[in-house]
Design a protein around this ligand. Structure first.
Ligand SMILES: Nc1ncnc2c1ncn2[C@@H]1O[C@H](COP(=O)(O)OP(=O)(O)OP(=O)(O)O)[C@@H](O)[C@H]1O
Length: 338
């Protein structure tokens, strides 16, 4: 599968008055054409920072310290090199949690779609732009495109606004779409509709999709592969079924045990403790102080074990046995064995 997105060794740091923080540490990620990759993890683990970095949307105190981002083979971001402005909107579409951030309350939807095309596809005639606008709304399952094109955002329901936000992201036929918690604010039925819409979009157009969510069930419904983040690092990655049925990182297992699932019958088990704030000076496994399997060896930095697309960052990975249907995390391998 041709890679539309290749992220290698990405390290993102933030300067703050208190300390220099490590927001993303050594992230490797690959998304193929027509592939959906989920990024999951607790709040504050760095999911948004990672996806925003891919398109150069960095706050003033944040910088890329190492690694690179390639889009369709083109190097778009690395320390001291940032051409993401040229791909944002044109080759990469973005959908965020709050449709209000994508839509301008002052302009009708038809105008906003035409504006995006005028900026990124300037060769189109007015008639072609109108045709494309109606077509993209149709693809979003919007049955009354004329009414929507003539409406202001506040005249649409929340679900419809999010569909329009997705339409704005994909009307330019991008190679990659980044969706960051874009279903979180929606009710469950609308969430399911948006997920189905993404699935159809990827199947029909071959676009690559990065889907950021804290909702493992949603990720399991939609994603081909999953990358689990913790403390700014990708700690486990692999095909969705493998990661969710036989998690290898204790954090992934804890996350699974703490969410209700269709397989869960027993009580839900939370992960004690809180996610760390990681400084650039931090050494060792970020999860060690919350991990039942941690040993003294976890105080040293932990490397990645496995292939690029499938592996785990842990000195005491779980044994890979299927995740028990009770919602309890599987047992770990012997601490001393690593
Ligand atoms: N500009 C910044 N300066 C300092 N710290 C930051 C900055 N931006 C983000 N952070 C910190 O980086 C960490 C990761 O934040 P991020 O928003 O990427 O997490 P997340 O996994 O997307 O969480 P959520 O799901 O709550 O959005 C958090 O601790 C956050 O406070």
């Amino acid at each position: 599968m041709t890679a539309v997105l290749e992220v290698g060794g990405l390290r993102v740091e933030a300067e703050t008055a208190a300390a220099d923080l490590l927001l993303v540490d050594g992230a490797d990620l690959r998304v193929g054409n027509g592939e959906i990759v989920g990024i999951v993890g607790e709040s504050g683990c760095g999911k948004s920072t990672l996806v925003r970095t891919l398109i150069g949307m960095l706050e003033g105190n944040v910088a890329v310290a190492a690694g690179e981002v390639r889009l369709g083979g083109d190097r778009v971001l690395a320390p001291g090199h940032d051409v993401t402005a040229s791909v944002r909107g044109a080759r990469v579409g973005t959908v965020f949690q709050d449709a209000a951030r994508s839509l301008d309350p002052l302009f009708k939807i038809g105008y906003q779609l035409r504006e995006v095309l005028a900026r990124h596809r300037p060769g189109l005639t007015a008639a072609q732009a109108a045709e494309k606008s109606a077509a993209v709304l149709g693809r979003m399952g919007i049955t009354e495109p004329d009414r929507v094109l003539g409406s202001y955002p506040h005249q649409l329901s929340g679900g419809l606004r999010q569909r329009v936000a997705i339409a704005l992201a994909v009307i330019t036929d991008p190679e990659l779409v980044l969706a960051d918690e874009c279903t979180t604010a929606l009710d469950v039925t609308t969430q399911a509709e948006v997920v189905a819409l993404f699935r159809d979009l990827v199947r029909d157009t071959g676009v690559g999709l990065v889907f950021v969510t804290h909702d493992l069930l949603l990720a399991s419904d939609l994603c081909d592969r999953i990358a689990v983040m913790y403390g700014g690092q990708i700690v486990e990655a692999g095909p969705t079924a493998r990661v969710l049925e036989s998690p290898r990182h204790p954090f992934t297992a804890g996350l699974l045990a703490s969410v209700p699932s269709r397989h869960t019958e027993g009580p839900l088990v939370g992960i004690p403790g809180a996610a760390p704030r990681v400084t650039t000076a931090f050494q060792g496994c970020r999860f060690a102080d919350r991990c039942a399997a941690a040993s003294a060896a976890c105080a040293d930095d932990v490397g990645w074990t496995g292939a690029d697309d499938e592996g785990v960052r842990c000195r005491h990975p779980l044994d890979g046995a299927p995740h028990p249907p009770t919602g309890q995390p599987p047992t770990t391998t012997d601490k001393e064995g690593h």
